[in-house]
Design a protein around this ligand. Structure first.
Ligand code: SF4
Ligand code: SF4
Length: 139
C-alpha cells in the first residue's frame, strides 16, 4: 500500500473534470484533500494524500498525466507563529525532536525549523493554532 502527499496542478481546460471521483471509482485510489484552489475555467491546484495499492497508484498517476495534470512531490514545512503563541508549553512536551522547546531559565517557547521532522504532532496539540503546516510543491 502506498500513501503519498502530492500537489496536483490542473490546466484550465480540465479543471472541472471529476478527478477525485474517477480516482476512487476507476483506480481504487483514496484521495484525502488537504488543500484546494479550484476555480471554473482557471488553472487550479490541489494538495492531496493519495492511498492505494502500488499498481493502482501507478495507473492513476498515468491517467492524471494523460489528462495534462502535473504531479509534483510535496514539500511540507512547519511554521511557528510566535505572535499567536500563548506559551502554554503543550507542544514542547510532545515534540519528538525538541524542535519546539522550552528555553530555560527564561521559560520561553522557541522553535528550531532545522530540527523539525514534520510529524505534525504539534498541530494537533496547539490550542492557539500557533503552529501551521505550509505545503510547497517541489520540482
Ligand atoms: S512537526 Fe513534529 S517535529 Fe516539527 S515541531 Fe511539530 S512536533 Fe516537533
Ligand atoms: S502549544 Fe501552541 S500556544 Fe502552546 S506553546 Fe506550543 S505553539 Fe505556543
Amino acid at each position: 500500500m502506498i500513501k503519498r502527499k502530492v500537489v496536483l496542478r490542473f490546466p484550465a481546460t480540465v479543471v472541472e473534470l471529476p478527478f477525485i471521483y474517477t480516482l476512487a471509482r476507476e483506480f481504487d485510489v483514496v484521495a484525502n484533500i488537504l488543500k484546494a484552489n479550484i476555480n471554473p475555467r482557471k488553472e487550479g491546484s490541489m494538495v492531496v494524500e493519495l492511498s492505494a495499492e502500488e499498481e493502482k497508484y501507478d495507473a492513476a498517476i498515468n491517467y492524471l498525466q494523460s489528462r495534462g495534470v502535473v504531479i509534483l512531490p510535496l514539500e511540507q514545512q512547519i511554521i511557528w507563529v510566535e505572535d499567536r503563541c500563548t506559551q502554554c508549553g503543550a507542544c514542547t512536551v510532545i515534540c519528538p525532536t525538541n524542535a519546539l522547546w522550552m528555553k530555560r531559565p527564561e521559560m520561553i517557547v522557541s522553535f528550531c525549523s532545522e530540527k523539525c521532522v514534520v510529524c505534525e504532532q504539534c498541530l494537533k496539540a496547539c490550542p492557539a493554532r500557533a503552529v501551521e503546516a505550509l505545503y510547497l510543491a517541489g520540482e
